[in-house]
Design a protein around this ligand. Structure first.
Ligand code: PRP
Ligand code: ZN
Ligand code: MG
Length: 226
């Protein structure tokens, strides 16, 4: 049975780089809610839009399962999630409903500072630490390269120094973390930015109109910023 709701639920990052800009964007759409950092559910006061404050990696699953209707999250997280589903034989569940133009970063392969880069072939048989095994796996298989993917949920940049991996594949924003760990970027797998993620199918019941209104306001707010 389809889930019916008369309020829209938007998942955003609880803390981290996208948390404040996401709240600012929703506030610029006229949404007000009761402020409370430790509250994981914020009831929208001015619009029938509620916020769920979660870990960014959990946002795609919440949308795919219909627990939330939309999410503000990095493309990197959305792509990884859908590739993971497809690896398990399921169809992709998510689409980018809007591109927000902030939170930009790259998913890069990075190697030790003092190593030479001659191309993807040199990765054959190497151990690559990443939090993006499916995105990396696709990139490697597109190039016919077989490598060992070591999946870590964070602090990927120290894996080479710990002897846990030979190189890494991780997000790069300023490049500060790579430099601090004597690593250098050599290939870009994905250009990412914050997006509005939603299901591949249109929303039903009253949520469709609420989402339309929110996105119209968002488009206005984004245009004003240009
Ligand atoms: C991200 C990413 C890198 C770092 C890159 O981690 O995983 O480690 O930022 O940013 P920089 O190029 O500006 O140094 P984040 O701090 O978001 O933490 P997380 O990996 O635990 O999500
Ligand atoms: Zn994260
Ligand atoms: Mg990190």
């Amino acid at each position: 049975p389809a889930i019916t709701r008369d309020r829209l639920r938007v998942a955003i990052q609880k803390s981290g780089r996208l948390a404040d800009p996401a709240r600012d964007l929703l506030a610029s759409c006229g949404l007000t809610w009761r402020e409370s950092r430790d509250k994981l559910f914020c009831y929208g006061e001015s619009l029938p839009v509620d916020l769920l404050l979660v870990r960014d990696d959990d946002i795609p699953g919440l949308i795919a399962d219909g627990v939330c209707d939309l999410g503000i999250v990095g493309r990197n997280v959305v792509v990884e999630y859908d590739l993971g589903r497809q690896a398990g034989g399921a169809p992709g569940a998510l689409e980018e409903w809007r591109q927000l133009g902030w939170g930009t970063c790259r998913l890069d392969i990075a190697i030790n500072d003092d190593e030479r880069w001659a191309g993807a072939e040199q990765l054959a048989g190497k151990r690559i630490a990443t939090s993006y095994p499916h995105t990396l796996g696709r990139w490697l298989s597109e190039r016919g390269v077989e490598a060992d993917i070591v999946t870590l949920s964070g602090s990927v940049e120290i894996a080479p120094r710990l002897g846990q991996a030979d190189l890494i594949c991780d997000l790069v924003s300023t490049g500060g973390t790579l430099a601090a760990n004597n690593l250098k970027p050599v290939e870009t797998l994905l250009h990412s930015e914050a997006v509005i993620a939603g299901p591949t199918h249109p929303l039903e019941d009253g949520r469709a109109d609420i989402a339309d209104m929110l996105l119209r306001r968002m488009d206005g707010a984004l245009r004003l910023k240009e």
